[in-house]
Design a protein around this ligand. Sequence first.
Ligand code: HEC
Ligand code: HEC
Length: 394
Amino acid sequence: MRRRLALAAALTAMAAAQTAAPAAQAGDLDALIGRALFRRAWIPGTASATANDGLGPLYNARACSACHQGLDGRPVAVAPDGRVTGENLVLRLSDAAGAPDPAYGRQIQTAGVPGVDPEGTVRRDGNGRYHLADSAYGPPAAGVRVGARAAPPLRGLGRLAAVPEAAILALAASQAGGGLRGRAHRPEGPEGPVGRFGAKATAATLEAQVATAFALDLGLSTAERPAPGGDCTRIQAACLAAVRGDARPEIGAALVRHIARYLASLEPPPAPAPDPAGERLFAEAGCAACHRPALPSPDGPVRAFTDLLLHDLGPDLDGGATEPGIAPTEWRTAPLWGLARRLALGAGLLHDARAAGVAQAVRLHGGEAAASRRRAEALPEAERARLFAYVGSL
Ligand code: HEC
Ligand code: HEC
């Protein structure tokens, strides 16, 4: 696997070098290789050819781009009987403390290599909520809950990576004691860096997020997540039997870096035309306190409309599954840049794509955001429409 990957990467690099502008820098070349890896469909290993099991044994999709098609977020495809047919929505599982299910692990994998049955399918009910169906190992363990996560847009993440940690911590400190209690999350432990990526800020770097995707979504191991069977658990005999591999990660560190470099090279969504009235309403309703219109960075302001902090948004946004140290109702303030494009594509909003538009997303804001929601909903109708139109133009 490793030799094949190295060869594939080298061939990709050569092809990229031929088509890229002559002035391409080394960093651009890394990003081009990363783009090819992002689009690559991984395959299961074959016993004769590889030391590793390759894709899976359990997985959700074969390529990053299968879920992040187009990079802007997409609607979740659902059959008339409610079965989710698209890959871009996954079900996570955990107990209230964030511990995974003993049989299913952290995520329901809806596909398996030959001989390994999928863990189940995902279904949407009449309320737009997602559930586990056709579960291969019976119901999840007592106390374990399931929650859906939709694949988010990926543009501009390099800009979020560039926001100094001190700026994030200063925002958290400025909120302490008020109705807002945003907090920085440190996924690698109390001494580790602040999390910025993922709906619960569980990855401090793009590399960490890429490694998580390889483990949970594709069943491929990396140095950061070395388990060769991905999310396969001790109870899953067929999955365990299909795991092959020596101690080496299936995906080498250089490949993780190339993909991170590709993600970092993606420009942020275009800024909207100035709209002073909309901006004023956004600030007056208190939206801007969490959805900060600009964060500082060495390369200039980052206009992502987030504070990168976790906030408790109350019971309507209880996501079921969570991560250790994070309440099921806590979420990283979702960046709002690129919303216009996502709405045009018909992609749903919020962590589980439940909201069809801005008004519905705001209606579900409770907890720390309840006062802001009330202010927005108390606006005279024309001003409220103005506010929501502004948000939808970002
Ligand atoms: C099966 C679908 C699926 C596949 C395959 C997949 N992702 Fe994702 N991705 C998601 C979902 C769902 C989330 C949101 C998870 C969360 O926030 O908890 C996500 C989140 C992310 C984020 C965080 C974005 C942000 O705003 O913080 C990045 C970066 C990312 N994915 C990159 C990748 C890369 C790189 C790959 C391939 C190695 C990949 N993804 C494969 C579904 C997928
Ligand atoms: C206390 C902090 C806070 C305040 C105040 C707040 N939000 Fe949010 N907002 C969040 C968080 C956290 C999320 C992510 C929730 C989720 O994914 O379930 C979010 C998500 C959203 C989304 C969905 C974005 C997406 O990517 O799916 C929209 C739209 C939105 N907020 C608009 C607003 C507007 C408009 C206001 C003011 C009326 C507002 N918010 C006030 C924290 C806040």
